[in-house]
Design a protein around this ligand. Structure first.
Ligand code: WTA
Length: 708
């Protein structure tokens, strides 16, 4: 597989030095100079066990470890023999240390009145947004209640609880309640379609789903419970039984057919062994006290499914002690979190993605910095043309100090124009972050100037679901930034760019991004699939001297003459659409499940806002031509297919382009030539690949003609 350099980044050489803490509005930096970073990084690699033991000391443990690390590549165990609880570290210990009345979580709902568009720029909303502020004590009570509800429904330590909810405080409460009793959570992003629920529930052998009747998004009530019911219907064919569905009432919009009496299935899904319960009804029956279950450091904390290059999504497995230690440290250092200093942290990611797990929830709560959660879209209410300023309004009203979002969002804000942020007082901001994909330098500069008023350091954080937390990121007080580069490795991370032989490459040569030593946040496995764990992450590159496998992230990268990392993007068959990973296979499977599609190949194509958009090449069954004599497939079928993908996988996966082909270009062994299709999709003039292995040259000719 080749690595295509992002040529625009190669010429970027602007450098921004970190400002003194006072000038940035921080009382101090955790790491205040490049020298300090270099020294600490060196020390952390020389003595990883000493370094991580001291970091783990920031958490509360019920029992201390006997041994810091057991490394039996590719299997790592961290803090052996130790016991702790994730919910205790996020909630109870703050109550015990006298901070029970401090705000832990600030939530803002989306609805602001009946109108769907702004009355006029800058004017007040028709209705004040619903805002809830929960203290650590509130969270202790609420998580205890839900923990007791889960127990009552038969959930035991080690069980997997599936959570499919909107961005409401109860989502955070549900997750922490699982952790409280030692059940693993498996959160499914609320934008996914029923099929995603079926797949994940079966793979995780999960017997309980927590959901809501709906959630608000762009003024609409999104029917989550309905999707769960559809998934239950699909599960009936697989023999997997979900015993209980716990439903939070959020929108109250469910149609009469969906109603149920607690303990029964809704009429709409007929005779089903699955019992449905209203959250508020069953919660009223339990006590609000529930101690935190002591968990072994290596007990599973959660599963989070992520797209892979082949087949089904992978259940990435994280355990308790290592995950919490890594997230606590990275959150503190990258965002310079300091409790009791007036900070309010807002990460705009949905909790359904790893960014939300680590940096909406666990990281800020452990660091005792209030975390903000917003339910809805950045353009609700919207101005004409679909523009919105809700994010800037939220930052101004809540006095947000650190703001963390994705490049795709920043590019959208750029398109909407700087007049929108300019209307709001963003002076509370002290630090900005980005995550999810490489940020193009123009977007970086725009973010710096129009959101950060040229005063806020920007941390471009590179990491993955598998890594639990930041792997490369500027540390804001220490590392000068260059727009488009995630700069240098986190403390304790031995990152490198190597060739297929595992040899480190000289400056500015593109290669494979690897991590050569274990770190506490590393994934412990792919749930129920040892083979995928090994083949996906640990098979490609080895230490040339010792043959120890390196962790391979599936990203291409280069380092510049200052040792800065520039991530060039995925080199496997997954596509980052608006910062979210989608497997080409998932989209292709959805396409071929359509009765008129014979074969499909899906590739990413460059897109100004989304980073990448999906381009699907499909061949149509002869049945279609028989049904439509004398016609060629056209716009109507294109729309149908795009809508079909959105329904099967989720709106994120809707292809921007559907192109019909007579046949797909394949090698002699039958493998679809994706790189060639990528070039076609990107409109690259010349075929750059060696096409001599093509089975059917006329196919390429046909596709290229299609472009004209
Ligand atoms: C990409 C998201 C460049 C990368 C936290 C990685 C990035 C994948 C960056 C993981 C960044 C994430 N610069 N690329 N700052 N952050 N990526 O698992 O391709 O949803 O492999 O985790 O996102 O995506 P995931």
């Amino acid at each position: 597989m080749g690595i295509e350099p992002i040529s625009t980044l190669l010429h970027e050489n602007r450098k921004f030095p970190p400002a003194p803490a006072a000038a940035s509005g921080f009382s101090r930096w955790h790491i205040a100079s490049m020298d300090e970073y270099r020294q600490l990084h060196k020390k952390s690699l020389q003595d990883p066990e000493g370094f991580w033991a001291s970091e783990a000391g920031c958490l509360s443990w019920f029992r201390r470890w006997d041994k810091v690390l057991d490394w039996n590549p590719p299997d790592a165990k961290w803090f052996l023999g130790a016991q702790l609880n994730a919910c205790f570290n996020c909630v109870d210990r703050h109550v015990q240390s006298g901070h029970g009345d401090q705000i832990a979580l600030i939530w803002e709902g989306e609805p602001v009145g009946p109108q769907t568009s702004h009355p006029s720029p800058g004017s007040a909303y028709a209705k004040e947004p619903e805002i809830r502020r929960l203290t650590y004590r509130d969270l202790q009570i609420e998580t205890s209640k839900v923990a007791n509800v889960l127990r009552r429904l038969g959930v035991k330590k080690g069980d997997v609880v599936t959570i499919y909810m909107p961005m409401v405080p109860e989502l955070a409460i549900a997750i922490l309640a699982c952790a409280r009793i030692g059940a693993a959570h498996s959160v499914i992003f609320g934008g996914f379609a029923p099929h995603a629920i079926t797949e994940r529930v079966t793979d995780a052998n999960s017997r309980i789903i927590i959901t809501a009747d709906g959630g608000y998004r762009r003024g609409e009530a999104v029917a989550l419970q309905k999707n769960v019911e559809e998934a239950i219907g699909q599960l009936a064919n697989t023999g997997h039984i979900v015993n209980h569905i716990l439903v939070l009432k959020r929108t109250g919009h469910e149609p009469p057919s969906q109603r149920f009496h607690s303990g029964h299935a809704p009429a709409a899904i007929g005779a089903s062994p699955t019992k449905f319960h209203w959250w508020h009804e069953i919660e009223a029956l339990v006590s609000d006290a529930c101690p935190c279950e002591p968990m072994d450091s290596e007990d599973m904390l959660f599963l989070l499914y992520t797209s892979g290059s082949t087949g089904k999504p992978k259940g990435i497995l994280h355990t308790t002690g290592g995950y919490l230690t890594y997230v606590n440290t990275t959150c503190r250092l990258a965002f310079n979190m300091i409790p009791d200093s007036g900070q309010i942290f807002w990460c705009s990611a949905d909790i359904g993605w790893v960014t939300g797990h680590s940096y909406v929830l666990y990281g800020p709560l452990m660091n005792r910095v209030p975390t903000l959660m917003y339910e809805g879209a950045p353009n609700f209410p919207s101005f004409p043309g679909g523009k919105g300023d809700r994010f800037w309004d939220i930052i101004a009203r809540h006095r947000v100090t650190q703001f963390y979002t994705a490049p795709t969002a920043i590019r959208t804000f750029m398109k909407w124009g700087e007049e929108l942020p300019a209307r709001h007082d963003l002076s509370s901001l002290r630090l900005l972050g980005t995550v999810g994909e490489p940020i193009n330098p123009e977007a970086w500069i725009w973010y710096h100037e129009h959101i950060g008023r040229k005063q806020c350091p920007i941390v471009d954080t590179y990491w993955q679901t598998e890594t639990a937390g930041h792997i490369c990121t500027p540390l804001p007080g220490a590392i000068p930034t260059k727009p488009g580069s995630c700069t240098l490795p986190m403390l304790g991370i031995d990152a490198a760019v190597v060739n297929e032989q595992g040899e480190e490459l000289p400056a500015n040569k593109g290669g494979l991004f690897v991590i050569r030593k274990p770190w506490p946040g590393m994934l412990r496995g792919v749930y129920g699939n040892r083979e995928r764990f090994i083949s996906n992450y640990w098979s490609r590159v080895k230490d040339p001297a010792s043959s120890t496998p390196y962790y391979f992230s599936a990203d291409g990268a280069r380092r510049d003459e200052d040792g800065y990392f520039w991530i060039q993007g995925r080199i496997d068959d997954v596509i980052k659409v608006s910062g979210h990973l989608l497997g080409t296979m998932e989209v292709e499977s959805a396409l071929v499940s359509h009765p008129m599609v014979a074969e499909a190949a899906v590739v990413g194509m460059p897109h100004d806002i989304k980073g990448n958009a999906i381009c699907a090449f499909v061949t149509i069954k002869s049945k279609w031509f028989a049904d439509n004599p004398g016609q060629q497939p056209g716009e109507e079928l294109r729309k149908q297919l795009a809508a079909h993908v959105a329904k099967e996988v989720g709106a994120l996966a809707r292809p921007d382009q559907v192109r019909f082909a007579e046949g797909l270009p394949k090698t002699r062994s039958g493998k679809i030539m994706r790189r060639l299709l990528r070039d076609v999709a990107a409109g690259v003039e010349k075929i750059t690949q060696d096409t001599t292995t093509l089975e059917d040259f006329s196919v390429v000719a046909k596709l290229r003609a299609d472009e004209e």
